[in-house]
Design a protein around this ligand. Structure first.
Ligand code: BMA
Length: 327
């Protein structure tokens, strides 16, 4: 019988002993919670987390945290790094949330996709930055209701590509991909991965977690599945592999989740039973992946895995038909 990857005997992601590595207590100003950070490794080798920070009004902004080892001695911006700009961007009037950060070599800039929240619902906004101090806002690129978006780091067939998760009024919440000539106008909207149905851990509602991970075998996609139960939702993490040249083609999709809420800090908090990664860094060995995740919408955890092991697990735990399936 194959081993369950979230089984303590064989984990694809191992939690850091210092978890949670960041929480509201670490913050230089008074906040309610910090969670769901985007992540990058800066040219200096430092890790930068762009953290979602919820204040005591309930609205969120983003604040940068920098650390030499990606684990400890975080230097936090003394003030919010990216705040809602309600005057120029009314789509952000209720806050900005859940950033995903991607380095785009062609632009020599980082692309930050984040949830912009307003009375119309959550949508997707895009901003560019080179230093995480000033941001060029391209505005609301996917109208509500839509979230969980990340740009691909390079063009596909000449077009920019973005993965995102619209929620239609009828039907389930699947993962989509859209294309653009200029990062502003988006089209060719296509479903990339269907939510499964019935008892599955990823039934009815799924969404991209961190940005795609480029490997020689394809784009490795970590995505969350939301299991709705009478006691509430459980947010878990799964994996799929997309074709490198045509990421609309899903090559493999794991049947089981690879990480779920298990520790006290993941099960207890403002929203319990949630692990929600929005960013990762890759170590110098090119294989070790440091996954940064929101725990129970309250604090930030770090879990470490191996890209090679993830690909190996996927090839052994993906059954034919899983790829497109709503099974
Ligand atoms: C999702 C997002 C995340 C949040 C999660 C659990 O819909 O809004 O920001 O972590 O719900 O509450």
């Amino acid at each position: 019988m194959p081993v369950q990857p979230d089984d303590p005997r064989h984990r694809l992601f191992r939690r850091h002993d210092n978890n949670p590595i960041l929480s509201a207590h670490s913050w230089p100003y008074f906040v309610n919670t910090v969670f769901n950070p985007g992540a990058v490794r800066l040219p200096s080798g430092e890790t930068l987390l762009l953290c979602r920070v919820e204040d005591c009004s309930g609205r969120s902004h983003l604040t940068a945290a920098r650390s030499a080892d990606g684990v400890s001695d975080w230097r936090l911006d003394p003030r919010p790094t990216l705040e809602p700009d309600a005057e120029n961007h009314p789509e952000e009037v209720w806050g900005v949330e859940d950033p995903r950060v991607v380095w785009v070599p062609e632009l020599e800039k980082y692309a930050v996709t984040y949830t912009c929240y307003s009375p119309s619902g959550p949508g997707v906004s895009l901003a560019l930055t080179s230093d995480f101090r000033s941001f060029e806002r391209l505005g609301n690129v996917m109208p509500p209701e839509d979230k969980d978006a990340a740009l691909l780091p390079r063009r596909i067939g000449g077009s920019w590509a973005m993965i995102h998760r619209p929620v239609p009024q009828a039907g389930k919440a699947h993962i989509w991909i859209s294309f653009s000539p200029d990062l502003v106008h988006w089209g060719k909207h296509t479903i990339l991965l269907h939510a499964r149905r019935g008892p599955w851990w990823d039934a009815n509602k799924i969404g991209l977690s961190p940005p795609l991970i480029e490997t020689s075998e394809g784009w490795l996609m970590l995505y969350h599945g939301v299991r709705q139960t009478v006691a509430g939702c459980i947010y878990r993490l799964g994996a799929a592999l997309l074709d490198l040249e045509d990421p609309r083609r899903c090559l493999q999709r794991g049947s089981r989740w690879i990480m779920g809420p298990e520790t006290d800090y993941e099960r207890t908090g403002d929203v319990g039973y949630v692990v929600f990664p929005c960013g990762y860094t890759v170590a110098d060995d090119g294989d070790t992946i440091n996954l940064y995740y929101g725990a129970a919408d309250t604090s930030i955890g770090l879990a470490t895995g191996s890209i090679r092991e993830l690909l190996g697990w996927l090839s052994e735990n993906s059954t034919p038909g899983d790829a497109e399936s709503g099974a």
